[in-house]
Design a protein around this ligand. Sequence first.
Ligand SMILES: [Zn+2]
Length: 238
Amino acid sequence: MRGIFLHNNVKIIQSDKTSGVSNGKYESLNLGLHVEDNPSHVNKNREIFASFFGVNTSELCFMEQTHSNNAVLIKTNDTPAADALITQEKNLVLCIMIADCVPVILFDIKNSAIAAIHAGRKGTFSDIITNTINAMAYNFKTKTENIKAFIGASIKSCCYEVKNEVAKEAKEKFAFALEKRNERYFLNLQDIIKSQLSKNGVNDILQDDTCTCCDKRYFSYRRDGICGRFAVGVKLNC
Ligand SMILES: [Zn+2]
């Protein structure tokens, strides 16, 4: 578990594999109910994750993540099919489940609003970052100069090899983020996300440089295939 300091008025926690009760490939703090782990273990792990925030599991909001560019406003606990959640509620913890995709947190320091974004390759290519910023502007009158951003542990270009058709699309849209080594293509999703934030006027960005595929403290789908999910959660302070 790692606390991330972005601002006094917001609490961000990034879990890792430790301090949970799951076994085998899910050892031990697997927070994903969709990966065929024992659900009673996952629910216990979610209680442990909630305790990091000092809340009950009923206050944790997960998403049914679908690699879309869908950003959803929530006011009560719900599990929408979405890849970004936004809220101004102080009693909700917005959670992103991760095993290589990029977790992104946004915090509007003026209007006390938060966003939790699951930015995988597809969501990033279809600009879920801009959609989420627009949803915050529409619902909370967020101005981008007041947003602080956090980019969490995720697969980096050392390990994130992509197929030729993805490389072709990246070459057209995000050539700066494509790396070629030994005739193989690798993508830097974090650089794409930073460019999308910056294009919108968000320049106050904190990044965790950990590569989940290199660092065995984290679950990595690319490294392990069947595995658990860690999470990044965000909550406004009361
Ligand atoms: Zn790596």
